[in-house]
Design a protein around this ligand. Structure first.
Ligand code: KG4
Ligand code: ZN
Length: 366
């Protein structure tokens, strides 16, 4: 913890950005300096509140954000050893996400910016994920980004701050959502991703033949809803007698199928980036909660390696939703003079590439 007199604080004074994130089921606040030092990064998860329902309940999420946001921001500032007046700017997620939750963080950020007389920056949550790798590593533009979370599944070329080209998106479920639904069908618990991964370790991936939607097709779009239906059918075929081993085998088959889909789609994207961007640094960046999955990660390493690309991922605590990625997006935008009026609205839908067709997993799911 810093005190107002220490050197770190003096250096950060006027060069740090407060970032606030409330778009889904994590309330988060962080202070990051313009040189990328994370002075504080506090994430409060609502998993326990939502667990009885097996998924995120929007009203419960919004209320839970309201309950904790003030205290959380105060803690983030205290840990950073700064007062609001010491900040260079205040950044908050303005969408996409659950609108009730987005409003809580957005209003809080605006109020602090107004009271402290500091610039306000309205951050697209997806831009937060897209730029977070640059907080910990020197990755230059353009790079290919695979964003795989509970709500999003897309492949984007990050050409620069605020400049994104979507190469592919899911046309139905997000990858994390497919993991969560598989866990729900098998009654493993919530959130499902880590539970499916754990069960898959004990499973035989070859026992159940599951489909690989989109594999072999042109382009980079994903689809997971057919895979989820196949998981349900496989499970139902076992009747009431399903054992733990049966469930583990289905998890292994699901994960193998999902991994094949991801590898195939990403391979297409790598090809098109290599062709369209001759000066790319040949970096594939993966972020979002599913990036924590070791199997998916190893598939990505293989496919990136085969195309001559390096796989980079932010550390796990910056891969899942957090305030540091919002603060950092704020730092990047501030350095380009990109600030926003206090009248900026909250947006349930906010795709990063406005020219791409609307799709469920690309920032347009309400
Ligand atoms: O990025 P995130 O924390 O929140 C958003 O959805 O924005 O991602 C959460 C998602 C959930 O669907 C969760 O099941 C999935 O990421 N996830 C995983 C793993 N850990 C988290 N999926 C597969 N394997 C994992 N180990
Ligand atoms: Zn997210």
């Amino acid at each position: 913890m810093g005190s107002r007199g220490d050197k770190r604080v003096l250096e950060a004074n006027g060069r740090a950005v407060l970032g606030i994130e409330t778009s889904c089921d994590e309330t988060a606040a962080a202070v990051v300096t313009q040189t990328g030092e994370i002075l504080s990064n506090i994430v409060m998860s609502q998993i326990e509140e939502h667990r009885p329902y097996g998924g995120v309940v929007p009203e419960i999420a919004a209320r839970a954000h309201v309950d904790v946001i003030d205290g959380l921001v105060a803690r983030a500032m205290e840990e950073a050893g700064l007062g609001f007046a010491d900040l260079a700017a205040v950044a908050a997620t303005a969408g996409p996400g659950l609108i009730g939750g987005v409003l809580v963080g957005l209003m809080t950020g605006k109020a602090i910016a107004a009271a402290a007389g500091r610039p306000f920056i309205a951050v697209n949550h997806l831009e937060g994920h897209a730029l977070s790798v640059r907080l910990t590593e020197a990755v230059g533009f353009p790079y290919l980004m695979l964003l795989v979370s509970g709500g999003h599944c897309q492949l984007l070329v990050v050409e620069g701050v605020g400049r994104y080209r979507r190469l592919g998106t899911t046309i139905d479920d997000a990858l994390g959502e497919a993991f969560d639904k598989t866990a729900k069908i098998l009654a493993l618990g919530y959130p499902g991703g880590p539970l499916v991964e754990k069960a898959a370790l004990r499973g035989d991936a070859t026992r159940f033949a599951l489909p690989r939607p989109m594999v072999g097709r042109a382009g980079c779009d994903f689809s997971f809803s057919g895979l989820k239906t196949a998981v349900r059918r496989a499970y139902e075929s076992l009747g009431d007698a399903a054992t733990d081993q049966d469930r583990a085998d289905i998890c292994a088959a699901f994960q193998a199928a999902a991994g094949d889909v991801v590898a195939d789609r990403v391979a297409h994207a790598l090809d098109s980036v290599a062709q369209d961007y001759p000066h790319t640094a040949r970096t594939l960046v993966v972020a979002g909660g599913v990036a924590a999955n070791s199997y998916i990660r190893s598939q990505l390493e293989d496919v990136a390696g085969a195309a001559g690309f390096a796989l980079k991922a932010p550390p796990p605590r910056l891969c899942t939703d957090n305030g540091a990625m919002i603060a950092w997006a704020g730092v990047e935008r501030l350095s380009l003079g990109l600030t926003d009026p206090l009248s900026t609205p909250a947006r349930a839908r906010w795709p990063l590439d406005p020219a791409a067709a609307p799709a469920p997993g690309a920032g347009v799911k309400a």
